[in-house]
Design a protein around this ligand. Structure first.
Ligand SMILES: C[C@H](O)CC(=O)SCCNC(=O)CCNC(=O)[C@H](O)C(C)(C)COP(=O)(O)OP(=O)(O)OC[C@H]1O[C@@H](n2cnc3c(N)ncnc32)[C@H](O)[C@@H]1OP(=O)(O)O
Length: 725
């Protein structure tokens, strides 16, 4: 986890009298305590040495620093590492050693200067960067705030509004923009970087350039009254965007303290707030998500074999519908040449136009230049037959969910594609063994399950069968990373990991409603929990046609735990298919704004009489906490089955699948992490109780029962559990 080396800095003093201190801690030169200690020691030495006139700080191998060593937070949180004295880094090292030094220093920034990395750079008396360097303070994404003085220095360098924006959104800026903002003083090419920084440091010494301590800069800070208005606006916006999060508000308070009471008071308040936030559940959850996201591409038995991904130069996609065109967009955006195949001119035109529209929307939003659009779009070629498939390295089939059609396609692919080509299907439900049944290429058949819209949603489920070769998985993991997706490797079953977890989510909601709970109360409670929308609003968005089709798959495959309701089919009979028909569980206006429908109760009553469900008066007044548990504990139960069956490799993969595939709030750490925060015993007892009142749907699975019996976390690896039994 995180950086493995201890980390250090090295100092070299040149004939020009400039000491270059280089941060070395691969892979991102993170600031471990060892690095920070070594930085302090080298600084002190440079200040003492008579042959040193000025200092340049830089990072090894083209990366300044990715910030404080995030793996150390876990150790601070669980007490395995002693928390340093308050202010030791931000005040003692960064402020009183670096910034207050009587010799000038310049940061030479290439690659990354993030979090603590940028905070070190801001304490130098000037900064030189390359145009592609990324500079930012992304700490809020980890549930903490910039804790090495960033809350005080960034607003003073770039102005209050921009500083707040950069910190609150966690978004970095590139070198050129950083220069126009005043965050860096000059932008030069990587080979000029060190020499320019050396000269700059000497120029400061000779007073040819200003010697600036960022902490005391105030030319960009508005008068107090105006500043207070900016803070007011920032608070309102933050509360609207992230109502469940406190740490962004704490961060605004800290920045304000520095403006109102002076930067030194701001630094102390920052240090105090930082110590509190590091111990918060939100920070623990977000740090878990950070490492889990990086951990999805570590697959035992696959990525530990030393296999190198093969180069994929050309990709073909079958089907230009919503999924196919989205996948094509994702690929060409990462510079893969793509052939899009359809069955006739009309469908092909429609598919190509969808890709075009996806790109044009970027141009309209200012995220892509017209020139880049032309270049990207030119990577897409249409085809009506398989002739151009003879030199493709990867094919992704994205046609409708029809078994015999897919089987025929894979027979054709085997015939036309070269023998090394990866044969992938984007199916979300059909067994891959069935799809490849009529071929002899089982070892290169794999699932590449994207989520709609495929060019935007970050998750990619890579589905392997027992025959899929590890090389194919290694190749797809690499492509997934290149197209900026988080790939999760899962086993082959109905619904894979994400849809298996989604199914009980909707089912629980329908069961509750048939037993007397209110549709709109449920959606409200679930949104308040932090999901982008409630289950009913989501079914409206997905469409009832899809909901019924996937429901059928689950009824066939998992009949014992499917709650059979006629509610959606009844609505569908009345041509209410969700948002597209402007009527589903909600009614929709021209602007897609949803409002409750009083008529809905008639459908619910009818569905209730058909299923024989009885109204439980308790459910009509269900507290928010109970709604959340009754909806999500069945999801946890299914996630346990997915883990038990070996469909997911590890619990953390399900956390990422839930966050990126279902929209589960990352600050709750993902489904299994959240479940463990409540305890397996508690979840088991609740499910057991509900299964007595409402049936098999809630019955806890054997995995959950076994862990609850021993009080073992649901996410503990099997080997660990065995050793405790
Ligand atoms: C007090 C201070 O204010 C507090 C802080 O500074 S908190 C830290 C602030 N910094 C950050 O949040 C940056 C976090 N890192 C990132 O965003 C990205 O890793 C990056 C942009 C630096 C690099 O991205 P990319 O090239 O895609 O590589 P990525 O796979 O993410 O990371 C490479 C490895 O470095 C590790 N890593 C990255 N940043 C790290 C950090 N700050 N500390 C420890 N390990 C880190 C990753 O865990 C990964 O390890 P692995 O190979 O064992 O899985």
């Amino acid at each position: 986890m995180g950086s493995k080396a201890k980390g250090r800095t090295v100092m070299e003093v040149g004939a020009d009298g400039v000491a270059v201190i280089t941060i070395i801690n691969p892979p991102v030169n993170s600031l471990s305590f060892d690095v920070l200690n070594s930085l302090k020691e080298n600084y002190e030495q440079a200040l003492q040495r008579d042959d040193v006139k000025a200092i340049v700080v830089t990072g090894a191998k083209g990366k300044f620093s990715g910030g404080f060593d995030i793996s150390a937070f876990g150790k601070i949180q669980d007490g395995t590492v002693e928390r340093p004295k308050r202010g030791w880094v931000s005040i003692e090292i960064i402020t009183d050693t670096l910034e207050a030094a009587r010799k000038p220093s310049v940061a030479a920034i290439d690659g990354l200067a993030l979090g603590g990395g940028l905070e070190v750079a801001m304490a130098c008396h000037a900064r030189i960067s390359t145009p592609t360097a990324q500079l930012g303070l992304p700490e809020l994404q980890l549930g903490i705030l910039p804790g090495f003085g960033g809350t005080q220095r960034l607003p003073r360098l770039v102005g209050l509004s921009k500083g707040l924006e950069m910190i609150l959104t966690s978004k970095p800026v590139k070198g050129d923009e950083a220069c126009s903002l005043g965050l860096v003083d000059a932008v030069v090419s990587p080979n000029e970087l060190l020499n320019t920084a050396r000269q700059w440091a000497l120029d400061i010494l000779e007073r040819r350039r200003p010697w600036i301590a960022s902490l005391y800069k105030n030319d960009k800070i508005e008068p107090l009254g105006e500043a207070r208005e900016i803070f007011k606006f920032a608070r309102a916006q933050t509360q609207r965007r992230a109502p469940n999060l406190v740490h962004p508000l704490v961060c605004i308070d800290v920045i304000e303290e520095g403006i109102v009471s002076g930067p030194r008071a701001g630094l102390w308040k920052e240090a105090e707030a930082f110590d509190g936030l590091v111990q918060s559940d939100i920070s623990k959850s977000l740090i878990h998500i950070f490492f889990s996201q990086r951990g999805t591409s570590k697959v035992p038995g696959v990525t530990d074999r030393g296999m190198v991904p093969r180069q994929v130069k050309k990709v073909a996609i079958l089907g230009g519908g919503l999924m196919g065109s989205g996948i094509a967009t994702a690929l060409i955006l990462s510079n893969y040449p793509v052939i899009l195949k359809e069955v006739n001119e009309k469908y092909l035109d429609a598919g190509v136009n969808r890709v075009k529209a996806n790109l044009q929307s970027r141009v309209r939003k200012g995220n892509m230049t017209q020139e880049k659009f032309e270049k990207t779009f030119s990577l897409l070629k249409g085809a009506l037959d398989y002739e151009s498939f003879r030199d493709v390295d990867l094919v992704i089939e994205a046609v409708i969910e029809n078994v015999s059609l897919k089987q025929q396609i894979f027979v054709d692919l085997e015939k036309y594609c070269p023998p090394h080509c990866i044969l992938a299907s984007n199916t979300s439900t059909i067994d891959l063994n069935l799809i490849g049944e009529k071929t002899r290429s089982q070892d290169r058949i794999v699932g590449a399950h994207f989520f709609s819209p495929a060019h935007i949603m970050p998750l990619l489920e890579i589905v392997r069968t027992k025959q899929t070769s590890p090389q194919i998985i290694v190749d797809l993991l690499d492509i997934g990373k290149k197209i900026k997706k988080t790939p999760v490797v899962v086993g082959n079953c109905t619904g894979f990991a994400v849809n298996r977890m989604f199914f009980p989510y909707t089912q629980a909601a329908i069961l509750l409603v048939e037993h007397g709970a209110d549709v709109y109360q449920i959606d409200k409670a679930i949104s308040k929990f932090g999901m982008p929308m409630g289950p009913f609003r989501l079914v409206d968005l997905v469409g009832f046609g899809v909901a019924v089709a996937t429901g059928m798959q689950f009824i066939q495959n998992f009949p014992e735990r499917t709650y059979k309701s006629m509610l959606i089919p009844l609505l569908l009979e009345e041509k209410r298919a969700g948002e597209t028909t402007r009527k589903g569980f909600y009614l929709y206006d021209d602007k897609r704004k949803a409002r409750p429908d009083p008529e809905l109760k008639n459908f619910i009553e009818k569905a209730r009489s058909m299923s024989g469900a009885t109204v439980d008066p308790k459910l009509a007044k269900l507290p928010v906490k109970d709604i959340i548990e009754m909806i999500f504990f069945p999801v946890v139960n299914e996630a346990c089955r997915v883990l038990d069956e070996g469909i997911a490799v590890k619990a953390a993969d399900l956390d990422i699948s839930a966050v990126m595939g279902m929209g589960f709030p990352p600050y709750r750490g993902g489904i299994m992490f959240w479940a463990d925060s409540l305890g397996s015993k508690y979840i088991y007892s609740r499910l057991e109780e509900w299964s007595k009142s409402y049936g098999e749907f809630f019955k806890p699975c054997t995995y959950l029962a076994a862990r609850a019996a021993k009080g073992i976390p649901l996410s503990a690896p099997v080997e660990q559990v065995k050793s405790r039994l």
